[in-house]
Design a protein around this ligand. Structure first.
Ligand code: NAD
Ligand code: UGA
Length: 456
């Protein structure tokens, strides 16, 4: 099938590459010329395991192309996926300017029937706005008869596992309407996703608004589980319990399950923070206050400061003359994405309290440097207190303590004798509970996990 993907970021590039892998003829559009140039020169603009190979293979096979040519992109696909960003607006709502700009472009150039797929995460009711934007452009061209239908097909992939998640989805959610155009869209979407449903049916067909809502409900539920565990972890620290033991104890109940119960130094990324806010905002528009989600957000804001608070409790308010090593900068492992990363909050707190920091991340160093420079745009001198280490051990040299923010595999079993030898004090603040408190105690390391105070 001929497919167009509008927006070649995390979701658009993965969707385009994976649909090409299934044999479709895919045209990826982006307004960012530099991204398109990287892709056309054989590179990829993001770090995502396995993606480079899929892109290369399908480009070579002539099934995957990248361009900034809007008219050609609209002409290409009978199915047009909108996968542009929906960042938070000042009031927390999802900013739909990119989605609506993409919709208007479709209306401006389309000739013949199109299925327009909202793949971006968009608030309930957005399909109606996309429909209106396209219809408006068609009317301007005197082409109000040209058929199209807008469907909602939210994406559930996780960064760092995006190709695997896309190729082996738990479920595919598709919302369409019951008009003749909606039925035609249903048939085309069914054909497109048929390869995913071969062994068992994974697609949930529903109305458009329910599909839009499902995406926010999923992210809000996952964020709620994390904040719930983080709040309990903070209490575990006070009462002398181990949140890891508690996690096993409750996760073994199949009604609860083990996933997404890891306490830590807060959730980040481009999705949970913005989607929780956007759902709260939608509720407010309908005169409802989502009390649980408000608390989820507050707990997460607090949690991003928990490592900083532990450092201050141990080393004092004034950290001048102190140096801290930080392992892990990306918001999670296997990505170089720094959006809403907890590391930014910790670096900010330490540096503004007078400390210097030496940071290391296996893949996010370049992106971290770019982002931290912007974070300290108000005072470039503060940015100079950050040094970017070549490897984890180099980051430790002369540091008073180590803080771990991202649970990269490479940090899981370091040589603790070397760690102790490199640090001025054998102190580890572990924001992702990578190590066992007993092992740390036996190694002579002063260890502060999240909710693991039973032995410290
Ligand atoms: P992104 O910022 O990585 O990519 C968006 C791309 O769209 C950019 O390259 C931008 O240049 C391009 N763009 C903007 N306006 C355009 C236009 N009019 N025409 C063509 N291209 C345009 O964003 P992302 O992380 O891929 O997220 C996209 C959407 O998918 C968001 O709504 C997000 O919430 C959702 N989502 C993201 C993830 C994820 O893991 N990142 C997972 C599921 C859903
Ligand atoms: C999340 C969802 O998991 C995806 O299903 C969804 O498609 C995506 O958002 C989206 O809508 O964009 P992602 O943000 O890539 O995916 O990463 P997650 O693995 O969900 O992690 C998000 C944050 O939560 C990370 O900072 C991670 O460290 C934190 N986390 C996760 C915890 O603190 N504890 C956990 O138990 C799990």
């Amino acid at each position: 099938m001929k497919i167009t993907i509008i927006g070649t970021g995390y979701v658009g590039l993965v969707t385009g590459a994976c649909l090409a892998e299934l044999g479709n003829d895919v045209f990826c559009l982006d307004v960012d010329q530099s991204k398109v140039d990287i892709l056309n020169n054989g590179g990829i603009p993001i770090h995502e395991p396995g993606l480079e190979d899929v892109v290369a293979r399908n480009r070579a096979a002539g099934r995957l192309q990248f361009s900034t040519d809007i008219a050609a992109s609209v002409a290409h696909g009978e199915i047009q996926f909108i996968a542009v960003g929906t960042p938070p607006d000042e009031d927390g709502s999802a900013d739909l300017q990119y989605v609506l700009a993409a919709a208007r472009n479709i209306g401006r150039y389309m000739d013949g029937f199109k299925v327009v797929v909202d793949k971006s995460t968009v608030p309930v009711g957005t399909a109606d706005r996309v429909t209106a934007a396209i219809a408006d452009e068609l009317a301007k061209r005197g082409k109000s008869g040209a058929g199209f239908s807008v469907v909602s097909n939210p994406e559930f992939l996780k960064e760092g596992a995006a190709v695997e998640d896309f190729m082996r989805p738990d479920r595919i959610v598709i919302g369409h309407d019951q008009t003749p155009e909606g039925q035609r869209a249903y048939a085309l979407m069914k054909k497109l996703y048929a390869p995913f449903n071969r062994n068992h049916e994974r697609t949930f067909w529903m109305d458009v608004r329910s599909a839009e809502f499902t995406k926010y409900a999923a992210n809000a539920m996952l964020a709620t589980r994390i904040s719930f565990m983080n709040e309990l972890a903070n209490l575990a620290d006070k009462v002398g319990a181990d949140i890891e033991a508690v996690r096993h104890g409750i996760g073994s109940d199949p009604r609860i399950g083990h996933s997404f119960l890891y306490a830590g130094c807060g959730y980040g990324g481009s999705c949970f923070p913005k989607d929780v806010q956007a759902l709260e905002r939608t509720a407010r528009d309908y005169d409802q206050d989502l009390l649980i989600l408000r608390a989820v957000e507050q707990v997460n804001d607090f949690q991003k400061h928990v490592l900083g608070k532990k450092v201050v409790k141990r080393f004092g308010d004034d950290l001048s003359g102190k140096r801290f090593a930080i392992w892990g900068l990306a918001f999670k492992p296997n990505t170089d994405d720094m959006r809403e990363a907890s590391s930014r909050v910790l670096v900010d707190e330490l540096v503004r309290r007078g400390a210097t920091v030496s940071v290391y991340d296996p893949v996010a160093m370049k992106e971290a440097e770019r982002v931290l420079k912007l974070d300290f745009a108000d005072d470039a001198k503060l940015f100079e207190r950050i040094s970017f280490a070549a490897n984890p051990m180099a980051a430790l040299e002369g540091a008073d303590a180590l803080a771990i923010v991202t649970e990269w595999k490479a940090f899981r079993s370091p040589d603790f004798d070397r760690v102790k030898a490199a640090l001025k004090n054998p102190v580890i603040f572990d924001g992702r509970n990578l190590f066992e408190p007993q092992v740390m105690a036996d190694s002579g390391i002063e260890y502060y996990g999240i909710g693991r105070s039973i032995l410290t």
